[in-house]
Design a protein around this ligand. Structure first.
Ligand SMILES: Cc1cc2nc3c(=O)[nH]c(=O)nc-3n(C[C@H](O)[C@H](O)[C@H](O)COP(=O)(O)OP(=O)(O)OC[C@H]3O[C@@H](n4cnc5c(N)ncnc54)[C@H](O)[C@@H]3O)c2cc1C
Length: 418
């Protein structure tokens, strides 16, 4: 039984889901404040239960806000630690650190993202050419496979933009091992439909389920586990789910490269800030209003097939950031779509340099990949400034999660959070 069934707080999970996750920093902070009491031992005990759409009251539901950094990882950790102390908050902070681990790992293995994009394109070509395959995919995406549990998750995903972590694991496992569909198209579906769709957490979690991250170790969704953690709400019958999960293989193991260090904020100069969906909290940047002469907001580029609620969330999140930037004297934020528009705005404002919060591996970085020549020709350089949280944790995301986990107390101490 869901012990928080009568969760009636205005910022409770149910209210958040019913309102479709209002995309603002104020809503994110209110939700963190409302959830913080549950981020201790209660979270550790109940976080794996999936009580169904709108009823995930044992988890925070904060990921849509963390994804564009309407709220930051360190704010989640700080709230949980302040309320509960290390021993009780460890599990919650550890889950926040899973996100940091995936981000840091992908930074050091960017080829995995490129390979995923290439495989998506190949699989999409097959979808266009093979009618039977396209029909199977359409059935899975619409939640019309006849496998009740899977269909329930597919519909929850489409209708709310959120799935509980356990449901994401089951969904991915069934997609790959029971339905026999390509993992990359499952990952792509999540990216298009999740409010928190994230290139690192999503791609690498799918790879983990498929046995490509921890090589040879897969995740098998089992009927008894689903029944136990949905408290009987969903109960696939014997034989409906794949009985084994043979690991997928790929031609070459991911190659690790150097960890990008990030740049210092340009010193002593007039700076124009580039604001992207990767980080929408100027309150936490090293932004010196005395030297900032403007803010350029990169307009979102909808990805093909993106859910309407996702597009709306992205647009609203950016609008919220714009309003907060506009309140900082002298910034007068303006939307831009190209390197040319950015350079023109920089010149119009008399900027000598550009700065942006660091842009990690993913669609935004891909979009900006060919901007450098235009900016260079305009005499501008773009400094990418990393957050202290990322700088402290990412070096420990080289291999498995447990290396990072072992260093959590030390790093949190260095960051002044423990
Ligand atoms: C196949 C699959 C795909 C996923 N895709 C995404 C994705 O696109 N974006 C995304 O943010 N997460 C993804 N996750 C991770 C996880 O499911 C979500 O972060 C979590 O369910 C978010 O809900 P919450 O905020 O209520 O989590 P809580 O349990 O309240 O956790 C607090 C915060 O910690 C982080 N977190 C928690 N669990 C994980 C985890 N396992 N991995 C990474 N970060 C975590 C999130 O930022 C979250 O907001 C995926 C997991 C799987 C198995």
């Amino acid at each position: 039984m869901n012990p928080w069934e009568t969760d009636a707080e205005p910022e409770g999970f149910a209210a958040l889901a019913a309102a479709g996750w209002p995309a603002s920093r104020a809503a994110a902070l209110a939700r963190l404040h409302a959830f913080a009491d549950r981020a201790g031992r209660a979270y550790a005990a109940r976080r794996n239960f999936d009580w169904g759409p709108g009823r995930h009251t044992a988890v925070s539901g904060l990921s849509p806000y963390v994804r564009p950094r309407l709220i930051a990882e360190e704010e989640l950790a700080a709230a949980a630690l302040a309320r509960h102390g290390w021993a009780a908050a460890e599990k919650f902070v550890q889950e926040v650190c899973w996100r940091t681990y995936w981000k840091g790992w992908l930074e050091q293995h960017p080829g995995v993202w490129d390979a995923y994009r290439a495989q998506c394109a190949e699989a999409e070509s097959r979808r266009a050419a093979d009618c039977a395959f396209a029909r199977r995919l359409a059935g899975a995406e619409a939640g019309e496979t006849g496998l009740e549990a899977f269909d329930v998750w597919a519909r929850e995903l489409a209708e709310t933009g959120y799935l509980h972590n356990h449901a994401r694991m089951w969904f991915a496992s069934v997609w790959i091992f029971t339905l026999g569909l390509p993992w990359v198209l499952g990952a792509e579906l999540f990216l298009r439909r999740l409010l928190d769709g994230d290139p690192a957490s999503n791609t690498l979690s799918w790879r983990w389920v498929a046995g490509l991250h921890t090589r040879g170790k897969t995740y098998l969704a089992r009927a008894d586990n689903i029944a136990a953690y949905t408290e009987g709400r969903l109960h696939p019958s014997a034989g409906q789910l794949a009985a084994t999960a043979p690991p997928l293989d790929e031609a070459a193991a991911p190659v690790r490269g150097p960890l990008p260090k990030g740049d210092a904020t340009p010193g002593g100069r007039r700076i124009l800030w580039l604001v992207t969906e990767e980080d929408l909290t100027p309150e936490l940047w090293a932004l010196d209003p005395a030297r900032a002469v403007g803010a350029a907001l990169l307009a979102p580029q909808p990805c093909p097939g993106e859910g309407e609620i996702v597009s709306r969330f992205r647009a609203d999140a950016l609008a919220d950031a714009r309003a907060r930037l506009a309140a900082i004297p002298g910034l007068s934020p303006v939307s831009i779509r190209s390197a040319r528009e950015l350079a023109d705005l920089a010149h119009a404002r008399g900027a000598e340099a550009l700065a942006t919060p660091y842009i990690p591996v993913g669609p935004t970085r891909d979009r900006l990949a060919d901007w450098a020549p235009v900016l260079e020709a305009a005499g501008l350089s773009l400094a990418q400034v990393q957050r202290p949280w990322d700088q402290a944790f990412w070096p420990h995301a080289r291999a498995g999660f447990f290396q990072l986990k072992a260093r959590m107390p030390k790093v949190l101490g260095e960051l002044g959070l423990l």
